[in-house]
Design a protein around this ligand. Structure first.
Ligand code: GUN
Length: 282
């Protein structure tokens, strides 16, 4: 049986550090604020945003919530971001993705001031990550690295396989594993003989978004399996990995829920504190 990598425990320790730093900053009269923008009623996005707001409250970060109608125009959204870019009490800005199809996601991400881009989605922050000299790391991949560090799992020299090449998870995950001297392969929907690639992985990260995608025959015995999927199957929340069968052969595995998800939120808080520090000359 695999060892469970418990994201809730790791997240609690990151949040505790955030809470302490927020308290320290407040002694110097510095408050920490995060603006969270939700467009439309995507049920998953509503849950993510509610979790982010709750985590802000738990750590003393002030959450500014903006819920916009599904039909809001792109120019209205961009003008809200411009206002938030200029608002001193707001240190970080997050616009929950995906956005409705009439809105150009790239334009929205580009509009967020790089100093307040706590998702690290902006091209200037992505570029900084590529060269290894950054202020913010993208929340989900950085949260995965925090889990590996917490459990003492070494990346250096390991075969790391990432399934999925999104800008939010797959691509930055590959970069962070490379920064840790992993030997990294990215797989995607056009990869041939996927199982032959994944079964060579010492560390396997799945960010596909399909329930039951990773089966036991795709996993090397003893591997570290990180499940980024957040899917619904038969009304139940589940990841990409067939947990019951894979947990019998993997060395370590993240559950869904309670694995990567809580880490995304706690790294967001950490980034918001970093933003507040930078904006106050620290
Ligand atoms: N949608 C899914 N994950 C994320 C995330 O980390 N940040 C934002 N802004 N939207 C998301």
């Amino acid at each position: 049986m695999s060892k469970i990598l418990d994201g809730k425990t790791v997240s609690a320790s990151v949040k505790e550090a955030v809470r302490t730093q927020v308290k320290e900053l407040s002694k110097d009269g510095i408050s920490v604020g995060l603006a969270v923008i939700l467009v439309g009623g995507n049920p998953a996005s509503k849950i993510y945003v509610a979790n982010k707001k709750k985590a802000c409250e738990e750590t003393g970060i002030k959450a500014f919530e903006y819920t916009l109608d599904e039909n809001v125009s792109q120019s209205e959204l961009l003008s809200l971001i411009e206002t938030l870019n200029a608002k001193k009490e707001v240190n970080g800005i997050l616009c929950q993705l995906p956005l409705p199809p009439h809105i150009d996601e790239r334009a929205v991400i580009a509009a967020i001031s790089p100093e307040k881009d706590v998702d690290a989605f902006n091209v200037s922050n992505v570029g900084k990550i590529v060269i290894g000299n950054y202020d913010f790391l993208p929340c989900t991949p950085a949260g995965i690295i925090e889990i590996l560090d917490y459990y003492g799992i070494e990346v250096e020299g390991k075969n790391c396989v990432v399934i999925g090449r999104s800008n939010i998870v797959g691509k930055p995950m590959a970069l962070l594993l490379m920064h840790r001297n992993g030997t990294v392969t990215i797989c995607h929907s056009k990869t041939e003989n996927l199982a032959s690639v994944t079964s060579g992985a010492d560390i396997l990260v799945s960010a596909v978004g399909k329930a039951g995608f990773v089966t036991a025959d795709m996993v090397k015995p003893g591997a570290v399996v990180i499940d980024v999927g957040m899917n619904r199957a038969e009304g139940k929340l589940c990841g990409d990995v067939c947990f019951d069968e894979v947990s019998k052969i993997a060395g370590y595995i993240t559950p869904v829920p309670g694995g990567v998800g809580p880490m995304t939120v706690s790294v967001l808080l950490k980034n918001t504190v970093t933003a507040a520090k930078r904006q106050n000359g620290r």
